[in-house]
Design a binder for this molecule. Structure first.
Ligand code: 5GP
Length: 220
């Protein structure tokens, strides 16, 4: 479990390619301090090529197939999946450190990765980012100009196959206005930190402060 004794919580954010989840997450991170939410972003590892405007070590860690497979063999990944012929995975090293220090951690991963994380961290919170429509999704995919026609079609079909999985996510954000979705994501994290499943340990901690002297008074 990742919620014991004030540990941070894992927030899994999934959604089809170009649903805007990356932008929602980065806006939420930019606003996190003001919203008094202590949250970090897990940077995934991938074998796909670096895209326009992306930064190695910020958007992803870009590695070769050989390096990725070595990380699998060395058990350095919490989960991994292949998508459009490329590997994507969540490095283990920083995640536990952040959780132990009380920071919550956002994992921006696909549905398959989400299932793998939930099997190890059943208390993780899941958030699905839905695009307003497929027309909008297609427009965004074309507009970012990163993919070939074939890849755009693949990503749209993948979205249609994946969206029904949103039924089992804890929260669904329809991403029409980025700033609103980012605010909602921060609200979810704040609320979840106070949800019973994440904070129940406090009940016993508070009861333990009742103190011997009071117990004696009660017995008089
Ligand atoms: P993109 O190429 O558009 O950046 O990402 C393609 C897909 O891979 C998206 O659905 C994205 O959420 C997913 N993805 C990114 N990082 C990871 C990861 O670490 N693990 C898994 N399982 N999926 C990831």
């Amino acid at each position: 479990m990742n919620n014991e004794n004030g540990k941070g919580i894992i927030i899994i954010v999934s959604g089809p390619s170009a649903s805007g989840k990356g932008t929602v997450v980065s806006r939420a991170l930019a606003k996190a301090d003001d919203a008094r939410v202590d949250v970090q972003l897990s940077i995934s590892m991938t074998t796909r090529g670096i895209g326009k405007g992306e930064v190695d070590g910020e958007t992803y860690y870009y590695v070769s197939k050989e390096d990725f497979e070595k990380n699998i063999a060395d058990n350095n990944l919490v989960e991994y999946n292949s998508y459009a012929g490329e590997y994507y995975g969540t490095p283990k090293d920083k995640l536990e450190g952040w959780l132990n220090s009380g920071s919550s951690v956002i994992l921006e991963i696909d549905v398959n990765g989400a299932k793998q994380v939930l099997s190890q961290y059943p208390e993780a919170v899941t958030v699905y980012i839905l695009p307003p429509s497929f027309q909008e999704l297609e427009y965004r995919l074309r507009n970012r100009g990163r993919d070939s026609e074939e890849k755009i079609r693949y990503r749209l079909a993948k979205g249609r196959d994946e969206i029904p999985e949103a039924h089992w996510y804890d929260y669904i954000l329809v991403n029409e206005i980025i700033e609103e979705s980012a605010d909602d994501l921060l609200c979810i994290i704040r609320a979840e930190k106070n949800s019973r499943r994440h904070i129940e340990y406090k009940i016993d901690e508070v009861l333990a402060t009742y103190g011997e002297d009071r117990k004696e008074e009660q017995n008089d």
